[in-house]
Design a protein around this ligand. Structure first.
Ligand SMILES: [Mn+2]
Length: 294
């Protein structure tokens, strides 16, 4: 099966409640990623690596990115925010879940703030209303299963020796905590204040450590936190999503933080969207040379 066929199989499942329900069940019960309290550490093993930012129900953009990857031996990393806002959010989510199930060795799905844990819901969060409109009385169960699926997504990934991959950003807790301490928990998630920052943080350029965020959740993190996070994880770049960007991408902190925004929706009005496509024999921190815009 080709990657694009797996995507379409998932997209089709989004059209029927029973099929979507089965897909959600399969995803929830599958053993996909060896995470420890939401943390995934992995080696790229010389594989071409494609990294994708916010999709927000933009199926056209997702299709064109997946189509550009012909070899299923590449690694595809999605940085979260699959649902809410866009016209095809159920299709995008179902398509990605099916991709992850069919190519579990090569697909990594991170969690965005739009795939929230209970109590951290973004606004607007229209996904449950889209389910209601499409599936009527079955929507409630499908939303409940979706939330279980959100809990299975990767919270924070480290490409060993290369990069941090995260939806929002590194939590300011890096100041006082080692990685192992941050991602050790008795339940499945780290402390909720850490989860909140991972899903919601944005970089800012004023010197120093951090400032309150205008979003009302998470923080703005400064260059000092970036330095500490890279040092503690033994990596050289932070690749994240979460912020709409005019060109589809932007750099902060002297090139050490890359933001990717991979959807084109009227709500955001960005003329370009972007993703990253790094050849197997190159390093992720050379990202600036491998950004693709569309
Ligand atoms: Mn976001």
């Amino acid at each position: 099966m080709r990657l694009e066929d797996a995507l379409e199989q998932g997209v089709n499942a989004a059209k029927q409640a029973e099929k979507f329900k089965t897909l959600l069940h399969d995803f929830i019960s599958a053993k996909l990623w060896r995470t420890r309290c939401g943390l995934l550490e992995f080696d790229r093993e010389g594989k071409r690596t494609i990294i994708v930012g916010d999709i927000h129900g933009d199926l056209d953009s997702l299709r064109s990115i997946v189509k550009s990857v012909k070899d299923s031996d590449s690694i595809l990393i999605f940085l979260g925010d699959y649902i809410d806002r866009g016209p095809s959010q159920v299709e995008v989510f179902a398509g990605l879940l099916n991709l992850a199930l069919r190519f579990s060795e090569n697909i990594i799905l991170l969690r965005g703030n739009h795939e929230p844990p209970i109590g951290l819901e973004p606004f607007p969060h229209d996904y449950p209303y889209v389910l209601r409109e499409r599936f009527g009385g079955l929507a409630e169960k499908l939303y409940e299963l979706s939330r279980e699926a959100f809990n299975k997504l990767v919270l924070f990934a480290i490409a060993r020796g290369e990069a941090i991959l995260v939806h929002g950003g590194p939590p300011t807790h890096f100041e006082e905590m080692e990685v192992d301490e941050m991602f050790s928990c008795t339940d499945k998630l780290p402390r909720m204040d850490i989860v909140e920052e991972i899903l919601w943080n944005d970089p800012f350029e004023n010197g120093g450590k951090w400032a309150p965020s205008p979003r009302g959740a998470g923080k703005l993190w400064g260059p000092e936190i970036t330095q500490t996070a890279l040092k503690r994880t033994k990596t050289r770049i932070i690749i994240r999503a979460h912020e709409p960007s005019f060109k589809g991408y932007k750099f902060n902190h002297g090139g050490k933080v890359l933001t990717l925004f991979s959807c084109k929706l009227p709500t955001y009005g960005n003329p370009l969207a972007a993703y990253l496509d790094v050849p197997g024999d190159e390093k992720l921190w050379l990202a600036s040379q491998y950004i693709k815009t569309f």
